[in-house]
Design a protein around this ligand. Structure first.
Ligand SMILES: *Cc1c(COP(=O)(O)O)cnc(C)c1O
Length: 242
C-alpha cells in the first residue's frame, strides 16, 4: 500500500502547497526575484494517481530516475501538458528511451552519454535540455564529475546538436547544519558563474532536495528537486499501486 493513501485524502495537495510556500518564502528571505525558483516534483516510486493529484493542483514538471518506471507513467499521462525530467544515473543502453521521451536530463556525467543523447534525440523534437552533474562533495562513491573535469565536458557538450546545455546539477553529501548545507551549493554556483563568464549561456542551477532546499535557494538554485516533502516517504517497492 502506498503511504500517501494512508494520509488524509488531500495530503499531497497540502504538502505541494506548503513546498511552494516555502520556496516563495526562501526567495523573499534570500533576495531572490519572485518565481525565480522552479519546483520539480520528484515522483519516482509514486504512482500515476499521486502525480494526477499534483497535476490537478497545477504542477507541470516531474522528475524520474528510472527509465522503465518513468516510461509507463509518461505513456499514461501523454495527453497532459507535462515536462518530464530525467534525474537518475544513466546507463548507455538507456539513452535512447531518455532522448525520445524526456525534455530534460539533469544527470549527464560523461561525454559518451552526451554524445548518445545528441545522436538519439529525434530530429522533430526540440533539443534535449541537459545539465552536467558535478560531484562537489568529493566522495569517490558519489555520482557526477569532478569540478576539474567540467571545462572540457562543458566545451564538448555545448557543441553537440540535438542537445542544449542549460546548466549544472549536484546532489551533495547530506548535512544537517544550514551553513554546511550551503557550502557545496556555493561551490556549484561558482562553477556555474565561471562558465557564464566564459560566454556560456547557462540559466539552470539544479540543486536542493527535501532536506536542503532552502540552503540551495540561498545559494542561487533556479530549480529544486523535491520528492519526499510532496509525496511522503518512498517505499522499498517501486510503483506499488494502492
Ligand atoms: C530522489 C531524488 C530527489 C528528491 O529527493 P527528496 O529528498 O525525496 O526530496 C532529488 N534529486 C535526485 C537526483 C533524486 O534522485
Amino acid at each position: 500500500m502506498n503511504v500517501a493513501t494512508m494520509d488524509e485524502p488531500d495530503a499531497i495537495e497540502r504538502r505541494l502547497e506548503s513546498v511552494l510556500s516555502a520556496i516563495r518564502a526562501a526567495e523573499l528571505r534570500w533576495n531572490r526575484p519572485p518565481d525565480s525558483v522552479t519546483l520539480l516534483a520528484v515522483s519516482k516510486t509514486h504512482g500515476v494517481d499521486a502525480i494526477c493529484r499534483c497535476i490537478k493542483a497545477g504542477q507541470r514538471q516531474f522528475g524520474e530516475n528510472q527509465l522503465q518506471e518513468a516510461l509507463g507513467k509518461i505513456e499514461i499521462l501523454k495527453e497532459q501538458p507535462l515536462t518530464w525530467h530525467f534525474i537518475g544515473a544513466i546507463q548507455s543502453n538507456k539513452t535512447r528511451g531518455i532522448a525520445e521521451r524526456f525534455a530534460w536530463v539533469h544527470s549527464v556525467d560523461r561525454l559518451k552519454i552526451a554524445q548518445r543523447l545528441s545522436a538519439q534525440r529525434p530530429p522533430h523534437l526540440p533539443p534535449l535540455n541537459i545539465c552536467l552533474e558535478i560531484n562537489v562533495s568529493g566522495e569517490s562513491s558519489k555520482a557526477g564529475i569532478a569540478p576539474s573535469a567540467l571545462p572540457a565536458l562543458a566545451d564538448a557538450a555545448a557543441q553537440l546538436p540535438g542537445i542544449k546545455l542549460r546548466g549544472l546539477m549536484s546532489v551533495p553529501a547530506p548535512a544537517t547544519e544550514f551553513e554546511a548545507q550551503r557550502r557545496p551549493f556555493r561551490t556549484l554556483h561558482a562553477l556555474f558563474t565561471g562558465l557564464n563568464d566564459q560566454g556560456y549561456n547557462l540559466d539552470t542551477l539544479s540543486m536542493g532536495m527535501t532536506d536542503d532546499m532552502t540552503a540551495a535557494i540561498a545559494e542561487g538554485a533556479t530549480l529544486v528537486r523535491v520528492g519526499t516533502a510532496i509525496f511522503g516517504p518512498r517505499e522499498a517497492i517501486p510503483n506499488d499501486q494502492p
